[in-house]
Design a protein around this ligand. Structure first.
Ligand code: AMP
Length: 454
């Protein structure tokens, strides 16, 4: 399948060609035709799967078919949890819509509202917003949602994690009842299911690359190390000068700051990105990293969610995440858009529980690198081998992956009705065979996960 063969209008096809996109990703194959027909959609996909274009292209096409931008009253609303994601989504609309005269505006907190209000006053077709600032502007009557034809809730699971549920409910109350609604989420905890049920009307489900399957081309390594040796281990990894863009994760903002400072003292250009930084400081950190001025970006989970920077060859979990699903999101920052990547996790004596939880959700032990110079045998021997616990414990079955993820079971990332691991995610909201994404593409795309579409 190519974009040429899809029912997209010429200005969009032209923009896609200019972007160098030829083949739609699985989520795009599943979602775009459905959305063009006007149906509601539940998209189970994480960033990196091409989900932004999956919703941006049909939204642009539908808005281009009639109507015009009005001040303060967008025709499409995209809600997203973080400022960085809002910026990236708005940029995607601008990219794909470059041959259409569409006005895209953004609203998010952490910066003055004046420029945002001014942009809204000039007319807006598509508004990309984080919930808090949107509600602020709505209360000042600087945004009115009565004209919204298409509503997209992006990263619903993360929104819920971040405590946005009441904000979302307040926003949704003001939307017209007659609208098209889309909800994207990497995972479907119960709360997200309830939200989907209340937002979506007879939705089709398109699921790719469920969160419990790690990205296809990411090589994962585990390094057992004493806590006091983690700095040295990181430094030794960075001795490899071919690593020019490394994303490092810590659990706390404070640790992120301290680690970036330490690296700078070692003359390794580093910066940190986390929720305590102002919007402009975060943007500065990101652009330094993108431009190559900064070699190492140290991030906390929420700040890094949705960062879409190509060429991150290495992700290092300096500290393991306490929420196992964050592991998948973290390592997904590498191997973007077809590239390969390496994810290295440091594990000290106090992190065995985190490691255990991660290995349970990825359903495989991560390969240990014992050759690294700071390998700690005592920590390694304390590892809990989950796979040997019998039917109720363990990884929940045969490991899906060998050392290099995906080599033993490629294609597991696609979901056809009833085929997903953890079948509870696929039931319920699916509206019927012919509209569900699985039938459309799963059969043909039998040798890759959602990430590898080249
Ligand atoms: P997303 O999942 O929306 O964050 O997209 C991940 C990355 O894939 C972004 O850098 C997109 O620009 C890129 N991308 C999206 N769709 C395609 C496609 N069909 N072909 C190539 N790259 C794509």
């Amino acid at each position: 399948m190519t974009f040429e063969e899809m029912d997209l209008i010429e200005p969009l096809k032209r923009a896609l060609k200019q972007e160098g996109y030829e083949h739609p990703t699985p989520i795009q194959v599943g979602a775009i035709p459905l959305l063009l027909k006007g149906g509601d959609l539940l998209g189970l996909a994480q960033t990196g799967t091409g989900k932004t274009a999956a919703f941006a292209l049909p939204i642009l096409q539908k808005l281009a078919s009639g109507g015009r931008a009005m001040p303060y009253a967008p025709r499409a609303l995209v809600l997203t949890p973080t400022r960085e994601l809002a910026v990236q989504i708005a940029q995607s609309f601008a990219k794909y819509g470059r041959h259409l005269k569409m006005k895209v505006a953004m609203v998010f907190g952490g910066v003055g509202q004046e420029p945002q209000a001014r942009a809204l006053s000039r007319g807006v077709d598509i508004l990309v917003a984080t919930p808090g600032r949107l509600l602020d502007l709505m209360s000042q009557r600087l945004v009115k949602l009565g004209s919204v034809e298409i509503f997209t809730l992006d990263e619903a699971d993360r929104m819920l994690d971040m405590g946005f549920i009441t904000d979302i409910e307040r926003i949704v109350e003001t939307l017209p009842a007659k609208r098209q609604s889309l909800l994207f989420s990497a995972t479907m905890p119960n709360e997200a299911k309830h939200l989907a049920a209340s937002l979506l009307n007879d939705p089709a489900t398109v699921a790719v690359n469920p969160v419990s399957s790690a990205a296809d081309r990411i090589e994962q390594k585990l390094m057992f190390v004493g806590r006091d040796k983690k700095d040295d281990l990181l430094k030794s990894l960075l001795d490899d000068q071919t690593i020019y863009r490394m994303l490092v994760f810590t659990r706390t903002k404070h640790r992120a700051n301290r680690l970036a400072e330490k690296l700078n003292k070692l003359r390794i250009p580093a910066d940190s990105i986390h929720g305590n930084k102002s919007q402009s400081a975060r943007q500065r950190a990101l652009s330094g990293f993108i431009s190559g001025r900064t070699r190492v970006l140290v991030a906390t989970d929420i700040a890094a969610r949705g960062i879409d920077i190509s060429g991150i060859s290495h992700v290092v979990n300096f500290e393991l995440p306490n929420e196992p699903e964050s592991y998948i999101h973290r390592i997904g920052r590498t191997a973007r858009a077809g590239a390969e990547g390496i994810a290295i996790s440091f594990c000290d004596m106090d992190e065995h529980d985190y490691l255990h939880a991660i290995e349970r959700i990825i359903k495989a032990p991560i390969t240990v690198d014992e050759t690294q110079p700071f390998h700690c045998a005592a920590t390694a021997s304390a590892r809990r081998v989950a796979g040997r616990k019998g039917p109720s414990g363990g990884y929940g079955g045969k490991p899906r992956y060998s050392q290099r993820f995906g080599s033993s079971n490629r294609g597991g990332g696609y979901a056809r009705s009833g085929e997903r691991s953890g079948g509870e995610r696929s039931g319920g909201q699916r509206s019927g065979g012919e509209r569900s994404g699985g039938g459309g593409y799963a059969g043909r795309s039998n040798n890759r996960t959602g990430r590898s579409w080249n």
